[in-house]
Design a protein around this ligand. Structure first.
Ligand SMILES: [Zn+2]
Ligand SMILES: [Zn+2]
Length: 669
């Protein structure tokens, strides 16, 4: 008797497609979670088996066969399939669109000739070995936080709220250690922001667990390295994965603890593709695995804080800086120079710098704008330098002698005279880090100034080298953007000067204040970490703003509670739930036409509790010669929004020349 026929449901990475049925060739053994190669149209594509059945509704002549099974490792785990399925439903994509791209390229290709030897090498990686690194004594607060987490069973979302330097990492390491000891098969995921996943952090975790395999995943890694880490976690050989947001899609055998450090960091939200939040999926995953999840931050996101206040998340607080002699810095607000002044640095700031440098300590000057000046302009006719492809200015980079678009990378040389009226005296307007570096070199000719931003250091290793020079005392004044605010402890920085927070104070974006507060708290945390008290000097016109009062007291709770009150009064996130529909086309009219039609379709289907707003051009309307518009959808209750989006997405009508995409929980609304 012939063997009974079998059909495999396979998901592939193609928009709008559900699982497709394929015939399983005789003799091929398949299980759910197997990676396969299947024909799709005229191509062969990678897919994942989600189910097997003896029957299919697809007519026999339309059925095609599974071309190959990638049997180099065990099938994807059921929990991983559930995760990608949930992510697809939540973020409004096809299951295959969330699952297939989540695999390293290496794991979704038909194996080449060197695959076997690669696998052998990949499986040969082992623990670091050697003596375990130092285990500092936990202080009372740290010990109490660990005790509470370890005493809880099953899924509990914790917020580990602790000021910079309060020793959150030590709490993580202690929890990881206990988790690994309690269950010899347990695995831990430690997620950190892009910029924080440094070789030092990796080394610190490895040194702490010399007998366990600790692997890392970073978007900078070449695919082979990523695949090696992925495989080690998937096969249960790695006990700890340290990674950026992409690591949330690693396939674990037995996930027993999830930690998200700096949970407020916006790099956990993907800006393209599935547009997922790694932090939010981390919480879901802990729930699914019935294990604790720790969200750590000195300035939790407002969404997270709302859940603490509501009682959904439990709060653990670290109030003391871990090192006994470290004290909070003093915060001083000063008026900026009047408009049109030749320098950005005020006399107050210069004097404070002088004093700090004389005392043998370093100064950090923070300005969140790279380049020399944000724009070149002509005083005679008002011409300003703009990008040829985007609706934005080009930034003047003096060293490189270029005008550069920071959105699309388009660049051009410096015109010798105004292109419009011919006036040769075109001038840089405003100040970026490059200009401040120049100003400081003139103001402090005997001091060594180092600038750290994406222009001066472009790779992880260049950044490491720059930070090493600061630590080694080869630098007196450090100038930098966001890059220096995060994750780096500068023991000898005695003064932090914040030059122009006002640009962000004036931003209309919902989260601008929250993000500014987090950044300033982080920058302030760079001062005064060893011994003597540090000082933070902020140049701002908004000295009466409660944001600065809270900052001066380092009082996140007061700030966050006030923001929550404000959001509640204005019915803003997190008290409403949002999604955005984006459309891109050659002309704005086409993009807006698509969205207008989408509004009409939506109005017919939306229940009264779902609000659909009018289409508007995106804040950056033209990007790389593509015109962009957006449309906001909002509901007070999450289920109403999600149900509507799922129906709406199916009924949107494609238009030639218009690309559209949906984003759930957009950060910029
Ligand atoms: Zn001109
Ligand atoms: Zn551009």
């Amino acid at each position: 008797m012939a063997e009974a026929e079998q059909f495999a449901a396979v998901i592939v990475d193609a928009p709008g497609l559900g699982a497709l049925d394929y015939r399983v060739p005789e003799g091929m053994l398949l299980a759910p979670g197997d990676r396969v190669i299947v024909p799709l149209g005229t191509r062969k594509v990678p897919g994942i088996v989600t189910g097997l059945s003896p029957v299919t509704e697809v007519p026999a002549k339309k059925l095609r066969r599974v071309a190959a099974v990638l049997s180099d490792t065990i099938p994807l785990h059921a929990e991983w399939l559930a995760l990608t399925r949930f992510a697809a439903l939540y973020y409004q994509r096809g299951w295959g669109e969330s699952a297939v791209p989540a695999l390293p390229l290496f794991m979704r290709r038909a194996p080449g000739v060197r695959h076997e030897s690669w696998l052998k090498k990949a499986r040969a990686i082992g623990p670091a070995g050697g003596e375990p690194g130092p285990r500092p004594q936990l202080n009372d607060e740290q010990a109490e936080a660990c005790r509470q987490v370890l005493a809880s069973g099953g899924y509990v979302p914790w917020v580990l709220f602790g000021v910079t330097g309060s020793g959150k990492t030590e709490v993580y390491l202690h929890l990881i250690e206990e988790t690994l000891v309690r269950d010899p098969e347990a695995q831990v995921l430690l997620m950190v922001p892009e910029i924080n996943l440094t070789p030092q952090l990796e080394a610190r975790v490895r040194a702490r667990f010399p007998d366990e395999l600790v692997v890392a995943m970073h978007s900078d890694f070449p695919d082979g390295e990523r695949a090696r880490s992925w495989l080690a976690v998937h096969e249960g050989r790695a006990r700890v994965l340290v990674g950026t947001r992409m690591s949330i899609f690693a396939s674990f055998r037995k996930l027993a603890l999830v930690i998200v450090d700096e949970e407020h960091d916006t790099s956990f939200k993907a800006g393209d593709g599935l547009r997922f939040s790694g932090r939010d999926l981390a919480v879901w995953r802990a729930w699914k695995n019935r294990c604790p999840v720790i969200l750590g931050s000195a300035t939790p996101s407002i969404e997270t804080w709302a859940k603490v206040r509501k009682g959904d998340y439990k709060l653990l607080t670290l109030t003391k800086r871990a090192s006994a002699e470290a004290t909070l810095p003093a915060i001083r607000l000063v008026n900026p120079n009047r408009k049109g002044a030749r320098t950005l640095l005020t006399p107050d700031a210069a004097a404070a710098m002088e004093a700090t440098l004389k005392a043998g300590r370093q100064v950090l000057v923070f300005l969140n704008r790279r380049g020399y000046a944000p724009v070149l302009s002509c005083p005679s006719c008002g011409w300003v330098s703009t990008c040829r492809r985007c609706s934005t200015f080009t930034v003047f980079h003096k060293g490189a002698k270029r005008l550069v678009c920071h959105h699309c990378g388009w660049q051009t040389g410096i015109p010798p005279a105004c292109p419009k009226c011919g006036d040769p005296d075109i001038l840089p307007k405003g100040t970026g880090t490059e200009r401040i570096e120049e100003e400081l070199a003139v103001r402090f000719p005997d001091r060594r100034v180092l600038r750290i931003d994406r222009d001066s250091v472009s790779t992880r290793h260049e950044a490491e080298e720059a930070f090493r020079r600061v630590h080694a005392g080869e630098v007196d004044i450090l100038v930098g953007t966001q890059m220096v605010a995060k994750g780096h402890d500068f023991a000898n920085v005695g003064l932090v000067v914040v030059l122009n927070p006002d640009a962000q104070m004036l931003s209309p974006a919902t989260r601008a204040r929250e993000q500014l507060f987090a950044t300033l708290m982080q920058v302030a945390g760079r001062a005064g970490r060893a011994g003597a008290q540090g000082e933070v000097l902020i140049q701002t016109r908004f000295q009466d703003d409660p944001l600065f009062a809270a900052l001066a007291r380092q009082d996140y709770v007061a700030f966050a509670d006030a923001v929550l009150e404000d959001r509640r009064a204005n019915m803003a996130v997190p008290y409403v739930h949002q999604a955005m529909l984006y459309a891109e086309a050659k002309s704005l009219a086409e993009a807006e036409f698509f969205l207008t039609e989408a509004v009409e379709i939506g109005m017919r289907e939306a229940p009264p509790e779902v609000r659909i707003y009018d289409p508007v051009p995106m804040p950056l309307m033209r990007l790389m010669n593509v015109e962009r518009a957006q449309l906001l959808v909002e509901a007070d209750e999450r289920p109403a929004l999600q149900a509507f989006l799922a129906r709406w997405r199916q009924s949107l009508r494609a238009r030639a020349g218009v690309e559209w995409t949906m984003e759930v929980d957009p950060l910029e609304a």
